[in-house]
Design a protein around this ligand. Structure first.
Ligand SMILES: *Cc1c(COP(=O)(O)O)cnc(C)c1O
Length: 364
């Protein structure tokens, strides 16, 4: 028997979350962001449930090829554009839309030989300060691109630094609007947080939104709003069996470093999931977990292949019980990945992307 651990990908949840994004931006077209192998879910696994999107956005040429291999003929967008000249050949061959965020990418395009001119997204740096042309240099870049025979339509994008936080998007939207005011072409501004949070901002919703994390059922602005508050369903569950039960006496400790010491007699279960499966080692005692669908907590340090859960008050639970580390339990109870991420001092994004390849995945 393989190790009793399993990740489950819930196709119904993906469909539901995509519909939820559509509802939040009814007039926009939707790029389903599937970078990082669909945030750890697996591009091939999620593709069919997300094909109601208007396009797929990602970073790697390899991922773009995989989407084409699945039969997708619609738009595919390389969010960071190309990394070297020969990448443009694959863009031509696969009909990829690609971001242009720097002069060097325009230089590469100018030297590229293609029968079909490319659809490009010209990126503005409106405050994030990672990729893109500063507002004052944007128009010159647009003009240069527009003069290239290699370029078909030019769309425009920017990316928000604080769509999930108190700063919000207003200043960046204003900068973007001002610098692009009379330029023709489609616009794309909003990630999940902006799509869900700023329903009233029409500028931020035009013409394409780019939800990623929301599709996978994690809240972009947890803990301000939970996935449940946003009406999102977890697309990934991670569960494992209890493979041993221990009875602790007062003063007994658990695991490496004796980080948890029992104050009274108690029962605990050893779960076949550890940091080598993608469960964060940084989760301290008290991290929430579901045992047979009932909320409990972890005890002590997470080790490579195991972690320990509190069975106090769970007399029915024991050897063979299922621990849901995040996602949905068999009884319908859910534990948001965001809660576990918070305990680890990170975000749901990182946990889902870090699901280890040794964990068997089933799709339901
Ligand atoms: C990853 C990414 C997104 C999606 O962000 P979420 O927060 O997951 O919704 C949108 N746009 C760009 C440019 C990205 O890189």
């Amino acid at each position: 028997m393989p190790r009793p651990i399993q990740a489950t990908i819930h196709l119904g949840a993906l469909r539901h979350n995509l519909a939820r994004a559509r509802h939040a931006a009814p007039d926009a077209q939707i790029w389903a962001v599937v970078k990082a192998n669909a945030y750890g879910h697996g591009i091939e696994r999620v593709f069919d449930s997300l094909r109601a999107a208007d396009g797929f956005a990602l970073l790697d040429l390899d991922e773009a090829s995989r989407i084409r291999a699945l039969g997708w003929r619609g738009p595919i967008w390389l969010l960071e554009g190309v990394f070297e000249t020969r990448d443009l050949e694959l863009c031509s061959r696969l009909g990829l839309w690609h971001t242009v965020h720097c002069d060097e990418q325009i230089d590469m395009l100018a030297l590229h030989k293609t029968h079909e001119p490319h659809r490009v997204f010209l990126k503005m740096n409106s405050g994030m300060n990672r990729l893109g042309f500063a507002p004052g240099r944007y128009r010159a870049a647009w003009t240069r691109l527009n003069a290239l025979p290699q370029v078909d339509e030019i769309s425009m994008l920017t990316h928000f630094s604080d769509a999930d936080g108190p700063l919000g998007i207003a200043a960046q939207v204003a900068r973007f609007e001002e610098a692009t005011r009379d330029l023709p072409g489609e616009r794309s501004l909003s990630n999940s947080a902006a799509t869900l949070r700023f329903g009233s901002d029409a500028a931020a919703k035009a013409d394409w939104v780019r939800p990623g994390i929301a599709l996978y059922g994690s809240s972009p602005d947890f803990p301000a709003q939970s996935a449940q508050d946003w009406g999102l369903q977890p697309a990934m569950s991670l569960s494992a069996r209890i493979i041993a039960v221990q009875h602790l006496q007062p003063g007994d400790s658990v695991g490496y470093g004796s980080q948890f010491v029992a104050e009274q007699a108690m029962r605990m279960g050893v779960v076949a999931c550890g940091y080598a499966d993608g469960y964060p080692r940084s989760c301290p005692t008290g991290t929430p977990v579901l045992v047979d669908g009932v909320r409990s907590r972890t005890l002590g340090r997470v080790s490579m292949d195991m972690l320990v859960v509190d069975l106090s008050g769970l007399p029915q639970a024991g050897l063979g019980s299922t621990a849901t580390l995040w996602g949905q339990a068999a009884n319908g109870a859910t534990l948001s990945i965001d809660e576990v991420a918070q305990a680890a001092g990170t975000v749901g994004y990182e946990l889902m992307c870090a699901l280890a390849s040794r964990v068997p995945v089933v799709v339901v």
